[in-house]
Design a protein around this ligand. Structure first.
Ligand code: SAH
Length: 293
C-alpha cells in the first residue's frame, strides 16, 4: 500500500492543489496504513466486485479499491477534489468519479443512469462523511437495489449503537438490524486521520443484507409490511421516559388493557422499555397489531 499519505503529505497535497479542508463536508483524510488494510480485508474483495465509494477525498481508499476490483464508482461532493482525483486516478480505467451529493444519487438513480448497468451486485466501501452516516446507511439498506455488503468507517459511538443488543436498542440499531447483520470490526483512533476528528472511529461491517421479501419472511409477516414495522418501532420509542406499553397505547389508540393482553400473548414483560425489545419481538408485535386492523 504505497498510496497512503502522512499528515505532512496530505497538507502538502492540499497546499499544492490550492485546496482547503472543508469542515462542513466532514473532511478527515485517512492517514493510517493499517486502517486502510483492515477496511480492504473486511470488504473481502475480488476481481469481479463492483464497489461504490462515498466521499473518496484524496483517493487513498479509491486507489486500493481500483487495484482489487473490477469497477469503482466514487461519488464526491467537493468539486475541486473531483478535479484532483480525476487527474490522480487517470491511469485506472476501472474508476469512475462522479461529482455529486450521495444523498441525491440513490442507487436506483445510478442504475437508471446506466452507471450500475451490468452489475448484479455491488459493495459499498467508504470512509464516509460522518455528518450523514444514518442517511447514507438508510439510503442503501432501504433501496430497492441493495448492496451485497457495506464496510464503512464511522464514529465509534455510532458503530456501537448500531451493533447494540436488546437493552440498548434504538431506532437506528433496529433500522440496520432489520435488514442486515452489523458488526464492529476494529476501533480506529482519531489520530489515524488528518485533520483528526473530535472522536474515535470504528470500522463497521454490514453483511447478510436482506431484500424486503426476505425481511418479511424472516419476521413471519403475513399481512404486515416493513412500513408497519417502522411505524410500530417509532411509536414504541416515541417517549423515552415512558414504558413501551404506554407509548403503544397512546400512539395506537388502544386501551392499556388491550396492550397488556397483547404483551401477555407475545411474552413481553409489561414493564418493558422500548430499548429492551429484540427485533424478533418488534416483528411479533407488528404482526399481531396488523391483524387487529
Ligand atoms: N475517503 C477519504 C475522505 C474521507 S472525508 C479518505 O478516507 O481519506 C469525507 C469525504 O466525503 C470528503 O472528501 C468530502 O468532501 C466528501 N463528502 C462530504 N459530503 C458528501 C456528500 N454529501 N456526498 C459525497 N461526498 C461527500
Amino acid at each position: 500500500m504505497n498510496n497512503i499519505h502522512s499528515p505532512e503529505e496530505i497538507k502538502s497535497i492540499l497546499r499544492q492543489s490550492n485546496l482547503v479542508v472543508l469542515k462542513q463536508l466532514g473532511q478527515h483524510f485517512l492517514a493510517d496504513e493499517k486502517v486502510l488494510k483492515n477496511i480492504i480485508e473486511a470488504a473481502d474483495l475480488n476481481k469481479n466486485d463492483a464497489v461504490i465509494e462515498i466521499g473518496p477525498g484524496l483517493g487513498t481508499l479509491t486507489h486500493e479499491l481500483a487495484l482489487k476490483c473490477r469497477k469503482v464508482i466514487a461519488i464526491e461532493k467537493d468539486k475541486k477534489m473531483v478535479e484532483l482525483l480525476r487527474k490522480n486516478l487517470e491511469r485506472f480505467k476501472n474508476v469512475e468519479i462522479i461529482e455529486g451529493d450521495i444523498l441525491e444519487r440513490v442507487p436506483v438513480s445510478l442504475k437508471e443512469a446506466g452507471t450500475l448497468n451490468s452489475l448484479n451486485s455491488y459493495k459499498v466501501v467508504a470512509n464516509i462523511p460522518y455528518y450523514i452516516t444514518s442517511p447514507i446507511i438508510k439510503l442503501f439498506l432501504e433501496s430497492s437495489v441493495k448492496p451485497e455488503l457495506m464496510v464503512l468507517l464511522v464514529q465509534k459511538e455510532v458503530a456501537e449503537r448500531i451493533c447494540a443488543c436488546p437493552g440498548k436498542m434504538s431506532v437506528l440499531a433496529l433500522s440496520v438490524q432489520i435488514y442486515s447483520q452489523p458488526e464492529l470490526i476494529n476501533l480506529v483512533s482519531k489520530n489515524s486521520f488528518w485533520p483528526a476528528p473530535k472522536v474515535d472511529s470504528a470500522i463497521l461491517k454490514i453483511s447478510n443484507i436482506k431484500t424486503s421479501a426476505e425481511v418479511r419472511k424472516s419476521l413471519g409477516f403475513k399481512k404486515a409490511s416493513e412500513k408497519d414495522l417502522f411505524r410500530i418501532i417509532k411509536i414504541g420509542f416515541s417517549s423515552k421516559r415512558k414504558k413501551l406499553a404506554n407509548n403503544l397505547s397512546s400512539g395506537l389508540n388502544l386501551r392499556k388493557e388491550e396492550i397488556s393482553k397483547i404483551f401477555e400473548k407475545l411474552g413481553i414483560n409489561e414493564n418493558s422499555r422500548a430499548q429492551e425489545l429484540s427485533l424478533k419481538k418488534w416483528g411479533d408485535l407488528t404482526n399481531f397489531i396488523s391483524m387487529l386492523n
